[in-house]
Design a binder for this molecule. Structure first.
Ligand code: SAH
Length: 221
């Protein structure tokens, strides 16, 4: 890792703080994860800009501010078991891994899943497991989860994900149509679900059985 990478990361942390991210553990985590390692070499010099960047296959690595806002909303203490739906580059999984005990991250696209998995292993994120599959159905084998982060948008939260959330657990997801969503924080309290709107965002669509099925069908042939 170059020293310029470190100073660009420090600048990014200052920017996130100015933009309203206030949880010091979250800021420190984003200050530790080498985002340049999660984008192609051609984008290395843009890795610490506070913007989403392309990672291939029409997908993106999320904007650092949005990653920070999502993990901040999950209020992780370091003891949690977390499910991430939409591994993409693996950057969000690395940030979660800095703040929780265990992270399971599911990615639908096989190539992205294998690149992210190798990358996280190389960076010694031993508490992350990347699985290839349809994350709209969650991953029942390791449920319930203390927190769930969904990094692709859907008109509503896939029911299986809510079923796999522990009582008292938190789920954050972009909810709404493909072009314009709101980041919603859900908190499960027994049979009730409290929802809080964290503001407007823009994510790629969540495909799969419990996601946007129309798009999924068109992908199959
Ligand atoms: N968290 C990522 C950004 C993810 S972009 C990062 O930090 O880089 C959203 C990802 O969700 C894409 O990689 C897309 O392939 C994936 N995706 C879409 N539908 C999915 C599904 N049903 N299950 C798992 N992953 C899905």
């Amino acid at each position: 890792m170059t020293s310029s990478g470190v100073s660009s990361r420090e600048k990014l942390v200052v920017e996130l703080r100015n933009d309203g991210i206030s949880d010091e553990r979250v800021l420190a985590a984003l200050g530790r994860v080498p985002r340049d390692q999660f984008v192609s070499e051609a984008l290395h010099d843009r890795a610490y800009e506070n913007v989403a960047l392309p990672i291939g296959e029409g997908q993106t690595i999320s904007q650092p501010y949005v990653v920070a806002a999502m993990v901040q909303a999950l209020a992780l203490t370091g003891r949690e078991s977390v499910l991430e739906v939409g591994t993409g580059s693996g950057y969000g999984a690395a940030v979660l891994a800095e703040l929780a005990a265990q992270v399971i991250s599911i990615e639908l696209r096989a190539e992205l899943a294998s690149v992210a998995s190798a990358r996280l292993r190389q960076l010694h994120y031993g508490n992350v497991t990347v699985l290839q599959g349809d994350g709209s159905q969650g991953w029942r084998e390791s449920a319930p989860y203390d927190a769930i982060s969904v990094t692709a948008c859907a008109p509503e939260v896939p029911r299986p994900l809510l079923q796999q959330l522990r009582n008292g657990g938190r789920l954050v997801a972009p909810i709404g149509p493909p072009k314009r969503q709101h980041l919603i924080l859900f908190e499960r309290a027994d049979t009730r679900l409290h929802a809080r709107d964290l503001g407007q965002v823009r994510f790629v669509p969540l495909l799969g059985v419990a996601g946007i099925q129309l798009l999924d069908k068109s992908r199959r042939n």
